[in-house]
Design a binder for this molecule. Structure first.
Ligand code: NAP
Length: 462
């Protein structure tokens, strides 16, 4: 097992901090503590759990600037986006602080006068979470908040690249009185910690946000102890621009969807599918705006696109661009880089490619970078066919002012989250999650607390 984790700044390659990784025994003890304390935490009444969650959210908001700076330093995302992520992260805590008080059961009319049937919701037990680096705050709170609200105890392993934001959040939870055994953080390499979580009898639920291959292995490894699993996995979002779309809206929303976090979000538009009658105008307007995006260190206030997270991510993006160009794609802007493998920083300039064909790598592999490939369609059925031709089913977008086209696309796109004339659909009060190989379960909304609950029924004989 790794002994320590070096956290570096992706904009410069500099070491920010070295933190110790937890040993196998420390992780085992943390799981045992969480499991044992569950019997106490489940007894804390829902209104008190709600109060503690609200206090946590307020404390985080009071430390917003400091947290955002740490987030930008370790993840590279522009400071404005880090501030936005802190708000997004607390919006989940606020939402589930309220939902804690609404975990209603029901009574069922019995088939006999001498019986009463009562259904109640109860917490599943200790929840173990594994989170990614691209949203180090929000991907954690959208698991921790419903878990704690439901009465579960919670333990999280953040990504090696970005543990500091998560550690700060957990420290603030303790400061407002959330018990140390109710919410814990452990650090280590995913391939070391994951098997300890899945093998443990103490853990009743695994919740994961990250890549599809790792998600599949966690599902398999959870089978031996029949754990509950929730999976928020990879995506390959199509963005369809129909013939009657408002092109200016489509351009602005495509940029909003694609370049947030330098294209490193699971719901980023990954394939732009444009009606051929408007393709020229769309590509021209899009390219003009993309060229103006400011690339730089996320700590500089006017930066709109920061670095990509690491060499592996950078190599994947470059290989997809090169593959497309080799197969005939035309570069409208970008395909420029500012990277140094020795120093450890990797910037990719926002890139727009046209004449992209469905056979190219970029049309099948998740890019996780600031690249827009444009392909064309003539009939709307063809756009749907291209959009659905992926094992992923997380997010999709379409732009049309024709309600019949909109209704058709809504019905036949096989994706869990859909934006209609909207490039930024995520919200704490809505159920976020994927179909097909993009995941299992939903986070956010009333649906997002269900995976932390067991349904129990009581039959009373009178
Ligand atoms: P990743 O490699 O799967 O890593 C995510 C987390 O899993 C990290 O904490 C990582 O730990 C851990 N991990 C790695 N190998 C593991 C293993 N064998 N067992 C258990 N845990 C393991 O994914 P990533 O590349 O960092 O993140 C990007 C992916 O997340 C993309 O595919 C993206 O689409 C997806 N994502 C999905 C959503 C959603 O809501 N659906 C949201 C955000 C991101 P270490 O890094 O510490 O080793």
């Amino acid at each position: 097992m790794t002994k320590s984790i070096q956290v570096t700044n992706p904009a410069t390659g500099e070491l920010i901090r070295e933190i110790p990784a937890d040993t196998e025994e420390e992780i085992h003890q943390a799981l045992k503590r969480g499991h044992e304390y569950f019997q106490e935490w489940r007894k804390v009444n829902a209104h008190e759990r709600s109060r503690l969650l609200k206090a946590w959210s307020e404390k985080i908001q009071n430390n917003k600037e400091t947290i955002a700076e740490v987030m930008t330093l370790e993840s590279g995302k522009p400071i404005q986006e880090s501030l936005g992520e802190v708000n997004y992260a607390t919006s989940y805590i606020d939402w589930y602080a309220e939902e804690a008080k609404r975990l209603y059961g029901r009574t069922i009319p019995a088939a006999s006068e001498t019986k009463r049937i009562i259904v109640s919701k109860q917490p599943v037990g200790l929840v173990a979470a594994i989170t990614p680096w691209n949203f180090p705050a929000a991907m954690m709170t959208r698991k921790a908040a419903p878990a704690l609200a439901a009465g579960c105890t919670f333990i999280v392993k953040p990504a090696e690249e970005t543990p500091l934001t998560t550690m700060k959040f957990i420290e603030l939870a303790y400061e407002v009185g959330i018990p140390e055994s109710a919410v814990q953080v452990v650090n280590g390499r995913g391939s070391d910690v994951g098997p300890l979580f899945t093998a443990s009898d103490f853990v009743r639920k695994i919740t994961f946000t990250g890549s599809t291959p790792v998600g599949k292995s966690l599902i398999k490894n959870s089978a031996d102890t029949v754990k509950h699993v929730s999976m928020e996995l990879g995506g390959h979002a199509p963005l369809i621009v129909a013939a009657d779309a408002d092109i200016d809206v489509a351009v602005d929303q495509t940029i909003a969807s694609k370049f947030r976090n330098a294209g490193q979000t699971c719901i980023c538009a990954n394939r732009v599918i444009v009606h051929d009658s408007i393709a020229e105008e769309f590509a021209k307007k899009l390219t003009e705006k993309v060229k103006r995006l400011k690339v730089g260190n996320g700590l500089e206030k006017d930066t709109q696109v920061g670095p990509v997270i690491n060499e592996k991510g950078y190599d994947k993006i470059v290989s997809q661009i090169n593959d497309a160009i080799d197969q005939g794609a035309e570069v409208l802007c970008g395909n420029q880089y500012h990277a140094d493998k020795e120093q450890g920083y990797f910037f990719v300039y926002p890139t727009v490619l046209q004449n992209v064909d469905v056979g190219m790598k970029i049309m099948h592999e998740e890019t996780f970078g600031p690249v827009i490939p444009i392909t064309l369609f003539k009939e709307i059925d063809k756009a749907v066919e291209i959009a659905n031709s992926t094992p992923f089913g997380l997010a999709a977008y379409f732009f049309t002012n024709n309600y019949k086209v909109g209704a058709y696309l809504h019905d036949y796109l096989d994706f869990g989250v859909i934006g209609w004339n909207d490039g930024a659909p995520s919200a704490a009060h809505a159920p976020f999650g994927g179909m097909k190989e993009s995941g299992l379960g939903r986070e956010g909304g009333v649906e997002g607390i269900e995976p932390y609950l067991e349904t129990k029924y009581l039959s009373v004989g009178l």
